[in-house]
Ligand binder design. Structure first.
Ligand SMILES: *Cc1c(COP(=O)(O)O)cnc(C)c1O
Length: 378
């Protein structure tokens, strides 16, 4: 086995920074508000098991994932914290797996509650459940107007232990807070209706990262933080809030260096053609590793502490850079695709802005072929 440090490309996961982010997020929360970290999609490409171990050591109260299999992976790795499945579960077989692995489920509708209750009764098991209201995301959940009926419906089943009622914000990362405020008022309306019906809910939650950072009145009893945990801000105007540190870096090695004459095309399609002789380097990383192909001719990499432009179409396993300005570069040298060297930083936001997507999507693409090096694990 080749040591990870000698491979052609890899991802560094900085557990110091992860711990730091947990710490500053906890300081930011209203006193009494709990922190649930969202580690779905293999912890946004950072590696769910190791991330879970670090954040639990750092004091988070619970973790959330999207799918049943993600939850099972964590339990099988020995994670003991409460694990909430954010996605919808609809079959008896899945409910049995949830019970077997001691996971907690989201219920989005009375119909789902019925499926759960039937299965749980046959198993003679009481399951903690979290009820989801739709206050304007128009994704999962029961319409907020029907909160009281929904909760009463669930409460008739002794196998369903009501642990929380929650909703999800659609626009908390926007500077215009109109829709967010509307969703909050709907959530409040549901809470008021529940109180008026003498129903007490042990835990209420609404905020994602953006909600957590933009307005403490959204904190309630718990917040569900994903993106910010990994050191990115949901929007530039939230940068003044807490000092987050990016956790993931992408590195690769130079695999060949050559000089090409003027008017030479580079890579598939020759979308780049040089007008003078160039020294170019091939870097051993491509779109199959998670570098978006749309970044072709639109990105830089950090070489010896300076920026070098990427040229030509990014290929599946390799990409080319212009290193004419680097006289003493050698094969085997490491370049930084995402991360920082000295004064220079390339962030997932830079990539997202260049190709019209969001940093969330950039992060989750590093999960297939790149080995992960976990730095500073506690
Ligand atoms: C993914 C997700 C989150 C986390 O969102 P971030 O914007 O990454 O903080 C929170 N709640 C739910 C329901 C989610 O699906």
């Amino acid at each position: 086995m080749i040591p990870l440090q000698q491979q052609r490309a890899w991802v560094n996961i900085n557990h110091h920074n992860l711990t730091h982010n947990v710490k500053v997020l906890k300081q930011w929360l209203n006193s009494g508000t709990k922190l649930m970290t969202v580690i779905k999609a293999d912890a946004y490409g950072h590696g769910a098991v190791k991330v879970a171990q670090t954040v639990i050591k750092a004091g988070v109260d619970a973790v959330a994932i999207a799918t049943l299999l993600e939850g099972i992976e964590l339990r099988q790795a020995g994670i003991e914290a409460p694990i909430l499945i954010l996605g919808a579960i609809n079959t008896a077989d899945e409910v049995k797996e949830i019970v077997k692995h001691n996971l907690e489920a989201t219920l989005c509708s009375p119909h789902q509650a019925q499926v759960f209750a039937d299965t749980l009764q046959s198993l003679n098991y009481v399951l903690p459940v979290h009820l989801k209201l739709d206050t304007g995301m128009s994704r999962l959940g029961t319409h907020w107007h029907n909160a009281v009926d929904f909760v009463k419906y669930v409460q008739q089943f002794p196998q369903l232990q009501l642990k929380s009622v929650y909703s999800h914000l659609a626009t908390a990362d926007e500077e215009d807070t109109t829709v967010m405020k509307l969703q909050q008022s709907r959530f409040e309306e549901a809470i008021f209706a529940l109180k008026s019906a003498n129903i007490s809910i042990p835990c209420l939650h609404l905020a994602n990262s953006a909600g957590t950072l933009c307005d403490r009145s959204l904190h309630y009893d718990l917040v569900r933080v994903g993106l910010a945990l990994y050191g990115l801000y949901p929007a530039p105007h939230l940068r003044h809030t807490v000092p987050l540190k990016p956790v993931l870096e992408v590195k690769a090695r130079i695999t060949q260096i050559k000089t090409i004459p003027a008017h030479t095309g580079v890579s598939y399609g020759h979308t780049f053609r040089c007008d003078r002789p160039l020294k170019i380097a091939v870097v051993g990383i491509g779109y199959a590793d998670g570098i978006p192909r749309l970044l072709s001719n639109k990105m830089n990499v950090i070489v010896q502490g300076k920026l070098a432009p990427q040229i030509g179409n990014i290929t599946m396993d390799q990409l080319m850079i212009d290193v004419t300005a680097f006289p003493d570069l050698e094969v085997g040298e490491i370049v930084t695709l995402l991360g920082e060297e000295g004064e220079i930083v390339i962030s997932a936001d830079d990539w997202a802005n260049a190709i019209g997507t969001i940093s969330w999507e950039i992060l989750c693409s590093f999960k297939h072929r790149l080995p992960r090096i976990n730095l500073y694990e506690a």
